[in-house]
Design a protein around this ligand. Structure first.
Ligand SMILES: [Cu+2]
Length: 107
C-alpha cells in the first residue's frame, strides 16, 4: 500500500519533470521595465508558475482582467508569482498604469 503510493508519487514527479524539460523553462519570468511587460505575451504549460519582477523605479501592479489574480503594489525589484492551474488566456494590466498590459497563454 505504502510502496504503491511512493511509486505513484515518483511517476507523477517524473512526468512533471519531463513536461517541464520539454517546455522552455527560462521563459517563466516576466520583467517589468520602462512601463512594459516583457514578454508581453507568454505561453506556459498548465501548472506553470509565472513570476513578475519589477525592474522599474516606479511601483507597478499585476492585475488579471478577469480577476483571477492580483498582486500587491510592487516596488523596485519586488516579485509576484502566480501558478496557472487551468488552461486559458489570461490578460492582465497594471492598475496604476492601465495602459500597461500583458497576456499569459496557458496550454
Ligand atoms: Cu505600472
Amino acid at each position: 500500500m505504502r510502496t504503491t503510493l511512493c511509486i505513484g508519487l515518483f511517476v507523477a514527479l517524473c512526468a512533471g519533470l519531463a513536461a517541464s524539460a520539454l517546455s522552455t523553462p527560462a521563459a517563466m519570468d516576466v520583467r517589468i521595465d520602462n512601463f512594459s511587460f516583457t514578454p508581453a505575451e507568454l505561453k506556459v504549460p498548465v501548472g506553470a508558475t509565472v513570476t513578475w519582477k519589477n525592474g522599474d523605479d516606479i511601483p507597478h501592479t499585476i492585475v488579471s482582467t478577469d480577476k483571477v489574480f492580483k498582486s500587491k503594489v510592487l516596488d523596485s525589484d519586488d516579485k509576484y508569482s502566480f501558478t496557472f492551474g487551468t488552461a486559458g488566456t489570461y490578460t492582465y494590466f497594471c492598475s496604476i498604469h492601465p495602459k500597461m498590459t500583458g497576456k499569459v497563454i496557458v496550454q
